[in-house]
Design a protein around this ligand. Structure first.
Ligand code: MN
Length: 172
């Protein structure tokens, strides 16, 4: 199954990078406020550059500029299942779904589960990340504050920044 990762990145502004494996690369969106478990909440998601697959396991403090400087932790990761369907209920491949501006998927992560959707708004090319209504929805829980730590190292983003650990990425 294809993988996904959500990295918390302390760049000029703290943001979450949500990345899903599509055709051998990590398609990526920067989500400033992170995912919300409340289906009524739409989170701004700005498309960013595709990242290489091996970046999915990266956490540490970037010294270089290729992927932006600052501390990164792996906030969540796991597999996903594409759930995008067209009007005829036919499954739409992820690359086509992104091209068309609506990409629905189910996450099997440590923190995030259930169905989610990225939808392009048309304004400024921005997208929205929204929790689909299902049994994994939980409007009263803010996971970003309830579970702030890395699923790999157990560090918070502040602890990672203080560690100065450069991570295993050979070409940041
Ligand atoms: Mn970033």
């Amino acid at each position: 199954m294809p993988v996904f990762v959500v990295q918390l990145h302390d760049a000029r502004r703290l943001h979450y990078d949500v990345r899903l494996e599509v055709d051998g690369v990590l398609k990526s969106w920067a989500v400033p406020r992170g995912p919300s478990l409340d289906p009524a909440v739409k989170r701004l998601a700005v498309p960013t550059d595709d990242h290489a697959m091996d970046y999915a396991n990266y956490e540490g403090v970037h010294a270089g500029a290729r992927y932006g400087s600052g501390a990164v932790i792996v906030w969540d990761a796991g597999d996903y299942t594409n759930q995008t369907r067209d009007k005829a209920r036919k499954l739409v491949e992820p690359a086509d779904a992104i091209e068309r501006g609506h990409f629905r998927f189910a996450l099997q992560g440590v923190k995030l589960t259930g169905s989610w959707a990225f939808t392009r708004t048309g304004r400024d090319g921005d997208w929205l990340l929204v929790k689909v209504r299902d049994e994994a929805a939980e409007p009263g829980l803010d996971l970003t504050t309830a579970e702030p730590r890395s699923i790999l190292s157990g560090l918070t983003i502040e602890e990672m920044a203080e560690s100065g650990h450069s991570g295993d990425q050979s070409q940041p």
